[in-house]
Design a protein around this ligand. Structure first.
Ligand code: ADP
Length: 515
């Protein structure tokens, strides 16, 4: 049972959406692709099948720091795992290979370049490898935003050395063409592609057109207290300039970019991850594999070159599910620079055109007055239907907001009355006055709150519940909802809770307008 493996090694009771589907496909022996948002638990999708299979799972990973983190985590859970990379001493490398041949490991992490090494290829040929996992699989595709030729070149070698192994590829950012490319290269059938919406309700996206970007960043951070956040800038020089400006104004921050020595990078990263220093100003060299749950804001000082990079970078915010802000700043100079680099790059004309059209989409995102989350979702999946998110900067500035105070209080009164025993579905049924089997069985139709929102549709009550959960007035765990300390502010009528006018009738009732 896959649940037992989940519980035994990872201590979790239930799978997250899509994890089960991917794991079942992998366990059936099929080559599988999973595209899931950052923080949704992709590692488990190959770790659970790897633990259940005989032999050792080979994990192809692009970064030494990623390998280290994952191997460290596995070891902590008592799962035998190692990595082979250039940071190891010869003697450790030999030991790991020897122990690998003795069948001591369940997971072995390597960078694709390892396969250039004769000794390593010979070693792999002698192992029993049921599964090869490609982490950060978008690196395989030349249409991806972080193409690594070695990631693609290694595929024929792996096919030749371990022809019976199944493949599982995982990524957070793949447009349709990147997906198709990965499918073709790894021989993955359509029915074994598991996609989840990239939509993340707790990320509040916005674009700010200010010319005074440094000042904007400073006053934003000053207004937030000590919360953690990342400021991304395009160049090392800009990183240093912004960092110095913030420090001059009393904002405690560290920098991170490829020009720093390894030691300094490690110290700075550590200071940020432990929360000793709340803000890091960095180039895009910072972030892959960063699993800090409480990053509350990500500000881009410059326009990224494509939406995949942007989405991957902002994906690091709010891994704990709490509201986090992702603000995009930019200047015309950013666009010119990207264009310049594309023109000057070595790729074919076809490739350059491709990069230009990606840049165009990024520019459109920067300019649109429509819902930013919908724009993003559509970019990654043209077939997905998305309503305006009601939370991004564009939704909040184009539509006037509605104070859902009364509705909020009706919901919380019910939860106060029943205690933490109800699921979202039950709450909606009781408030709308639906006599479902469960409602009758629990005598909830006798509650004084039964039918207190009978004029609302299911989706509308859903919206209210989501809004309460996201703004921290209700706690959602194991499918059940319960009150928290802050709920009191709603019950006493003190809290104003602004949202988009989520039903037609409200459009006339709208009271206030905020940016
Ligand atoms: P990703 O690679 O998708 O960014 P990770 O694999 O690093 O995400 O997982 C993110 C976090 O979610 C980790 O802390 C992990 O332990 C946790 N997690 C993964 N699956 C589950 C689950 N089924 N239940 C609870 N927590 C989970």
């Amino acid at each position: 049972m896959i649940e037992m493996t989940l519980k035994k090694y990872f201590g979790f009771k239930t799978f997250r959406p899509k994890q089960r589907q991917i794991i079942e496909a992998v366990n059936s022996g099929a080559n599988t692709l999973g595209v899931l948002p950052t923080g949704s638990g992709k590692s488990l999708c190959f770790q659970v099948p790897g633990l259940q299979a005989e032999g050792v799972t080979l994990v192809i990973s692009p970064l030494i720091s990623l390998m280290k983190d994952q191997v460290g985590n596995l070891k902590q859970m008592g799962i035998p795992a190692e990595f082979l990379n250039s940071t190891l001493k010869k003697k450790d490398e030999e030991r790991i290979m020897r122990e690998g041949l003795e069948g001591r490991y369940k997971f072995l992490y390597v960078a694709p370049e390892r396969f250039n090494n004769d000794e390593f290829r010979e070693f792999v040929g002698k192992l029993h490898i049921p599964l090869v996992a490609f982490d950060e699989a978008h690196c395989i595709s030349k249409w991806g935003h972080d193409f690594r030729p070695s990631y693609q070149e290694v595929i024929p070698t792996i096919n030749a050395l371990i022809p019976d192994a199944a493949f599982v590829a995982l990524t957070a950012t793949a447009t349709e063409e990147v997906q198709e490319n990965i499918q073709e290269l790894l021989d993955i059938r359509d029915e074994n592609v598991v996609l989840s919406s990239i939509k993340r309700d707790n990320l509040h996206l916005s674009v700010n057109k200010t010319y005074q970007r440094d000042q904007f960043i400073l006053s934003y951070i000053e207004g937030r207290g000590d919360v953690s956040g990342i400021v991304y800038a395009a160049t090392r020089a800009e990183v240093e300039k912004i960092s110095a400006y913030l420090a001059d104004h009393g904002v405690n921050n560290v920098i991170y970019h490829g020009g720093l020595g390894k030691k300094e990078r490690d110290v700075n990263q550590h200071a940020f991850l432990t929360g000793d220093v709340p803000v890091v100003v960095a180039t895009n060299a910072f972030g892959m594999g960063i699993d800090k749950p409480d990053i509350r804001f990500i500000i881009h000082h410059n326009l990224p070159g494509d939406l995949e990079s942007y989405y991957q970078e902002i994906g690091r915010a709010g891994r704990d599910g709490k509201v986090s802000e992702c603000i995009l700043l930019s200047s015309q100079r950013d666009v010119n620079l990207h264009q310049f680099f594309i023109d000057r790059s070595n790729g074919s004309e076809q490739h350059k055109d491709h990069m230009r059209s990606k840049l165009d989409k990024m520019i459109q995102y920067n300019r649109t007055s429509k819902c930013l989350m919908s724009f993003m979702v559509k970019y990654f999946d043209a077939d997905e239907y998305v309503m305006s998110c009601g939370r991004c900067g564009n939704c909040l500035s184009t539509e006037r907001t509605y104070n859902m105070k009364e509705e909020a209080s009706a919901v919380l009164e019910l939860v106060r009355h029943t205690g933490p025993s109800l699921t979202k579905e039950h709450i909606i049924q009781v408030l709308r006055g639906e006599r479902s089997e469960d409602v009758i069985a629990e005598a909830l139709d006798q509650s004084p709150h039964f039918g207190s929102m009978s004029g609302y549709q299911t989706g509308e009550v859903h919206h209210i519940l989501d809004e309460l959960i996201l703004s921290g007035y209700l706690h959602h765990e194991d499918q059940h909802l319960r009150l928290v300390e802050r709920s009191r502010e709603v019950l006493s009528g003190e809290a104003d809770i602004h949202t988009v006018p989520f039903r037609k009738q409200l459009k006339e009732k709208v009271e206030i307008s905020t940016a």
